[in-house]
Write a protein that binds this ligand. Structure first.
Ligand SMILES: [Zn+2]
Length: 387
């Protein structure tokens, strides 16, 4: 199913060749995919040279839907996708992560219910994916010690959502989802990929050359916001001083005092406005601090030897100066071998990288053998009745 979805093999003969399996094995594997409606015939591919014309296969868009919620601090982007990777409906709902998990998850569930109705979807979703701005514990389906998210530590997000939505739920860090979205949209599998998110906070998502997210032992891989900046002693909400986030994030540039709460987001918005208007002082401040972000990317480049570094987030969207500064520091400071094939670029999917990363996770989970077995089992009682 993954071979067909990625278009790596779209005919039976292709699948036999690419997978190295016997033709009868491939026939046996395809049978339940037709039974569940996951795969369908897509017409005849004309013969090439002396070959015979072959029947092409495709993932049936109608196999079901995947729900994705990409949650930021103040808003969640929601979308319903079909299996043809088309958006059936989408919305943005205001949330407030500081109110704790239950009110936020209620808002997300209500938003999904509206969208599913708008899209005219009758069946339960195949999978749902939620992205949250904190380190994620995959085993317990929860976020772990997320800063600025009181009440969330260890809360069973996956358990609560799967009960409400009636499907398998996956949880992922928001920057990891962006990294995955940007990696999956590349025309060929290139990696490793680093997604750098510079906004209210600073973080990164890492995808290996095999297309796998790098979580680390405790879900904290890529959490670069608390790397020490040489020469800085700015206090950070994490308790340390001199963190990258306390020196060069939007909160830092906008001069946010962390005791101010609600007023701080307005300050960040105001700073973004003057930055977009190319206010000389704002641009000068950014140019002064951005090289510190570049220095941390240099370290990542030497550790991971990425093929691509994507510079995203609200700061990157507001001005090209950030991308320019990161490029300049990385090319100056990295050893030539590490940058020989390195591309440093903005996000191809803009602000939607996270939604498409969620879609990739949700689709791939629905294509796992266990999920397909569940689907077959769900269909069986109906067949027995009809006999
Ligand atoms: Zn810190």
């Amino acid at each position: 199913m993954k071979l067909i979805a990625s278009r790596a093999a779209v005919t039976k003969a292709d699948i036999v060749r690419v997978s190295g399996l016997a033709r009868t094995t491939v026939d046996n594997a395809l049978a339940p995919l037709f039974t569940t409606g996951a795969v369908r015939h897509a017409g005849i591919r004309p013969a090439v040279g002396r070959g015979r014309p072959a029947e092409e296969l495709e993932i049936a868009p109608t196999y079901g839907v995947v729900l994705v919620a990409d949650c930021g601090v103040r808003a969640a982007k929601l979308a319903v996708f079909d299996f043809g990777q088309q958006v059936l409906a989408s919305s943005q709902v205001p949330i407030d992560l500081s109110r704790g998990p239950q009110p936020v998850l209620d808002d997300v569930i209500a938003g999904f219910t509206d969208l599913v109705e708008k899209a005219g979807v009758a069946d339960a979703p195949r999978t749902a994916v939620i992205g949250l701005p904190g380190p994620v514990d995959q085993r317990h389906g929860a976020v772990v010690r997320p800063p600025l998210m009181p009440g969330w530590d260890g809360f069973g997000v996956v358990a609560a959502l799967s009960e409400a939505l009636g499907c398998q739920v996956l949880i992922e860090n928001d920057v990891n989802l962006r990294a995955l979205g940007e990696q999956r949209v590349l025309s060929e599998a290139i990696g490793p990929l680093v997604y750098l998110k510079c906004g209210t906070g600073i973080g990164s998502g890492l995808v290996t050359a095999d297309g796998m997210l790098l979580h680390g032992a405790d879900g904290a891989a890529g959490d670069i916001g608390h790397v020490r900046v040489v020469g800085s002693d700015d206090p950070c909400p994490c308790g340390n001083t001199g963190c990258l986030e306390a020196y060069a994030s939007l909160r830092a540039l906008a001069g946010v005092d962390d005791s101010e709460g609600e007023a701080s987001s307005e300050q960040v918005e105001q700073f973004l406005d003057v930055l977009r208007a190319r206010d000389a002082r704002a641009v000068a401040l950014l140019r002064d601090r951005a090289p510190a972000i570049g220095e941390v990317v240099v370290s990542l480049v030497h550790v991971l030897n990425p093929a691509i570094v994507v510079v995203g987030g609200a700061m990157a969207a507001a001005t090209d100066d950030l991308l320019a500064a990161v490029r300049s520091v990385v090319y100056q400071r990295s050893l030539p071998l590490a940058t020989r094939n390195l591309t440093i670029t903005g996000p191809q999917l803009g602000d939607d990288s996270g939604l498409y990363g969620g879609l990739a996770l949700g689709l791939e989970a629905a294509m796992e053998p266990a999920a397909l077995h569940d689907r077959l089992a769900a269909l069986r009682p109906g067949r027995r009745r009809s006999r």
